[in-house]
Ligand binder design. Structure first.
Ligand code: FA5
Length: 344
């Protein structure tokens, strides 16, 4: 047999078959056929035994070179298939940069959260720390330690949502005052604000919601006076509503403060002249405040002979309504984008 000729024929046959190979799998089958154990070329070595010693090296060389050429043809095809696969993938993943971007409206911080953040910034700038407390509160923290025993008539000021006899949804942020004073152990000054949700069994109307936001403020130190409270409230009112705004303190009653006041700010709409929004008074109420009652200090571990304090509780929705002339509190909770996006 002319081994050289036969190898050349095999090369030609392989080239022909490779033309029809489309996948790596096909290629593997062709490789087995031409170079596998049962392939014709693999059987050539068996003829060695029939050759003389002089002929053997040349024969072996030819067979090995033949195998290498067949192998090279297969590897060449493998490389071509690999490149074609990459090109196909790139073609499929082509991005059309001329296409219009999908319509995407970025969200924003809700106006109520923005006001809370603004107020927090003002107070943090004055050295206050931010404290939080649980929304499910004990009767003891929400009322009793704040000088509101179980049968106290002033409990009617805040209609409550009870879960059990001893647990309720907190009606105000004032229990965080007690929790913080107890945590501080009656020894060091307190200067905190406590933002959070509160709940009341109020019927929803233009100015009342059954769930709303408050920010509580509490300062306890030696020699704290009513004028510190007034100065603090004046600063915060001007920072929130503008330098031209005035505040007015009216005597009021809260069991946990003595004396107690309610704080009004001059109406944004009429600048104090009197209009429908402020019911002709020129002022709108935004918060309750006062000097911390001795009973509350004692219950929370502070000696009222050494420490005095002032506290205030601010309704966030009312602040937002006053600041932006919003006539109905329910707008904050209906998630109407026409309303929400005005404050971006
Ligand atoms: C209190 O909740 C006292 N804890 C505030 C306080 C703290 C007084 C510390 C003294 C010392 P009042 O019930 O008035 O007080 O509520 C405070 C503010 O919450 C009100 O001025 C008002 O702005 C807001 N508010 C009260 N009820 C509602 C309601 N149903 N919906 C929306 N805002 C309300």
């Amino acid at each position: 047999m002319d081994i050289q000729k036969r190898i050349e024929e095999l090369e030609e046959a392989l080239k022909k078959e490779l033309e029809n190979v489309k996948t790596m799998n096909d290629l593997q089958n062709v490789k087995s056929k031409f170079l596998g154990k049962k392939a014709e070329i693999s059987g050539f070595m068996k003829h060695m035994k029939d050759l003389s010693n002089d002929e053997k090296p040349a024969f072996g060389k030819k067979v090995n070179e033949g195998k290498q050429r067949l192998s090279a043809l297969i590897e060449e095809k493998r490389e071509a298939l690999r490149k074609a696969a990459i090109e196909e993938k790139l073609r499929q993943e082509t991005i059309d940069v001329t296409l219009d971007a999908p319509d995407f409206t970025p969200g924003g911080v809700h106006i109520l959260n923005r006001i809370v953040e603004e107020i927090e910034d003002i107070f943090v700038g004055m050295g206050y720390k931010i404290k939080e407390g649980p929304e499910i509160e004990t009767d003891e923290m929400n009322f009793e330690k704040l000088n509101l025993p179980k049968d106290h008539p002033a409990r009617d000021m805040q209609d409550s949502l009870y879960i059990t006899e001893e647990l309720l949804l907190r009606t105000h942020t004032s229990p965080v005052q007690v929790r913080t004073m107890l945590e501080y152990g009656g020894k060091k000054p307190v200067k905190i604000i406590c933002p959070g949700k509160v709940y009341r069994r109020d019927d929803d109307d233009a100015t009342h919601s059954h769930q709303f936001l408050q920010i509580e403020g509490l300062v306890v130190d030696k020699n704290t006076t009513m004028s510190d409270l007034k100065g603090t409230l004046n600063t915060i009112a001007k920072a929130m509503f503008g330098e031209e705004r005035e505040i007015r303190l009216r005597p009021s009653y809260f069991p946990f403060t003595e004396p107690s006041v309610e704080v009004d700010v001059t109406c944004a709409n009429c600048a104090g002249e009197g209009c429908n929004i402020c019911k002709q008074t020129g002022y709108i109420e935004i918060l309750g405040a006062g000097m911390v009652n001795d009973f509350v200090l004692k219950e929370s571990g502070y000696d009222p002979k050494i420490y005095q304090g002032f506290a205030f509780g601010l309704g966030i929705e009312r602040v937002a309504m006053l600041k932006y002339g919003i006539e109905d509190i329910r707008h904050f909770y209906t998630n109407d984008l026409r309303f929400n996006t005005q404050f971006k």
